[in-house]
Write a protein that binds this ligand. Structure first.
Ligand code: GLV
Ligand code: MN
Ligand code: MN
Length: 413
């Protein structure tokens, strides 16, 4: 049994038109469905309509997570859940998260086409603000659903404009009334684009996820003194921009030292104030994103960079305050589900290998409450992602969802 590749890809294109924009750098069409914006609301309504059309019973919980349920022959059994997200970074392609959700719906459509029932119920879910770009913390909805983050705490997070999660859920009509804590599914599955170059470089069709690496995010506020660029002697400056630059370069030096394993680090946001050519920046808002497959090395790197914040503050005569906006440990996925993913790829004649995820995923939240498995498919152009160039071919997407279908069926019987 195979899924309908053309129908799957059409559904990815259809959702990708919601929140579409023309990227100024590349001229390509990108996607901007930042969490809980009007475009996210429109995307959500589109997917909910599709769930209804497939006969699913839809519930929305109080953090805006959406669950579409197909009953099982034995409907009292815990369901097999297929999930991911449809919110996007503001400069996204069509695939990140969407493949997992629309792939789940394609699994349902394939079973509906054949009038096939499963012993366990099947649930297709999408979770609120997986990306974390707007409210500062990633996997927000799935973290609440699985009990890591209390609902009140999630509701009270604000974006840079001071808008609260709860109000923004309400504004787009997705402040649901279902309880947020999800009953542990029998298993949770997610199909996702790799978002990296490894599968394509090795000529592999499927990645069998071994787990996800640790993630640590800091938001820094650096306060110096704003002053005239032409008249202020260098030795009298308290330049918040220089302090931010030194932190960014120090991250590179930490990686080059080889002392922190496979550490990755990114200062993705650097906002100087007032941000003008002839003014010493008096304030900078900056972010630090650390990743590491090894928890101990992650801890060491966090201690290292936090110590450096103090050193730069003293040497540059600036004030640095920071807060932890996201922190998740490395997660290992269930060996049985991994074996099922590999076996499904073998049965379909697809080449595969184990791979660890560099990106965060809703699956890692579910790994705390049930067995989890993930399927990766390769992307074009070195697997570029969080970018309008993100692209996985119809064949790659169909391969991943064929694997998803087989694994879901096996678990649901
Ligand atoms: C989610 O896309 C992440 O930043 O890993
Ligand atoms: Mn994603
Ligand atoms: Mn993403």
């Amino acid at each position: 049994m195979h899924i309908d590749s053309a129908r799957l890809y059409r559904s990815i294109d259809d959702l990708g038109r919601i929140g579409a924009y023309t990227d100024a750098d590349s001229g390509l069409q990108g996607v901007n469905r930042l969490a809980l914006t009007a475009a996210d609301g429109e995307g959500r309504r589109h997917v909910v309509a599709r769930m209804h059309a497939l006969g699913l019973t839809v519930t929305v919980d109080a953090i805006g997570n959406v669950y579409g349920r197909r009953p099982g022959r034995n409907d009292a059994l815990a369901p097999v859940m297929i999930g991911s997200h449809i919110d996007s970074v503001p400069t996204a392609g069509r695939f990140d998260g969407c493949l997992g959700v629309l792939g789940g719906l394609e699994v349902i459509a394939t079973l509906n086409d054949r009038n096939l029932a499963t012993e366990r119920p099947l649930v297709v879910a999408f979770f609120t603000d997986e990306e974390g770009c707007r409210f500062g913390t990633d996997m927000l909805g799935s973290a609440v659903a699985t009990g890591r983050l209390p609902l009140e705490e999630a509701w009270s997070l604000t974006d840079l404009g001071g808008k609260r999660v709860r109000d923004e859920l309400d504004a787009i009509g997705f402040l649901g009334d279902a309880p947020v804590l999800v009953a542990p599914p029998h298993a949770y599955l997610e199909c996702h684009v790799e978002q990296g170059p490894i599968l394509a470089a090795k000529g592999l069709q499927i990645g069998v996820l071994s787990g996800v690496q640790a993630i640590s995010w800091h938001e820094l506020t650096i306060r110096g003194t704003s002053a005239h660029a032409g008249t202020t002697p260098m030795e009298l400056r308290r330049d918040a921009g220089v302090a931010a630059a030194r932190i960014n370069l120090h991250l590179r030096e930490m990686i080059a030292s080889g002392r922190f394993g496979e550490m990755r680090a990114t200062m993705g946001c650097i906002q100087p104030h007032p941000g003008l050519v002839n003014i010493v920046p008096g304030r900078v808002i900056a972010t630090v994103d650390l990743r590491n497959p090894d928890d101990a090395a992650m801890g060491d790197s966090e201690a290292g960079i936090i110590g450096f914040y103090d050193r730069v503050a003293a040497e540059e005569h600036v004030g640095i305050t920071w807060r932890q906006t996201a922190r998740t440990p490395s997660v290992a996925f269930d060996p049985d589900v991994r074996a099922r993913v590999a076996a499904a790829a073998d049965a379909l004649g697809l080449s595969h290998a184990p791979i660890i995820s560099g990106a965060g995923h809703d699956a890692q939240e579910f790994a705390r409450i049930c067995p989890v498995g993930m399927v990766f498919v390769p992307g074009e152009f070195d697997g570029i992602s969080h970018n309008p160039r993100e692209l996985s071919t119809p064949e790659a997407c169909a391969n991943g969802v064929d694997v998803l279908l087989r694994v879901a069926l096996g678990l649901a019987e």
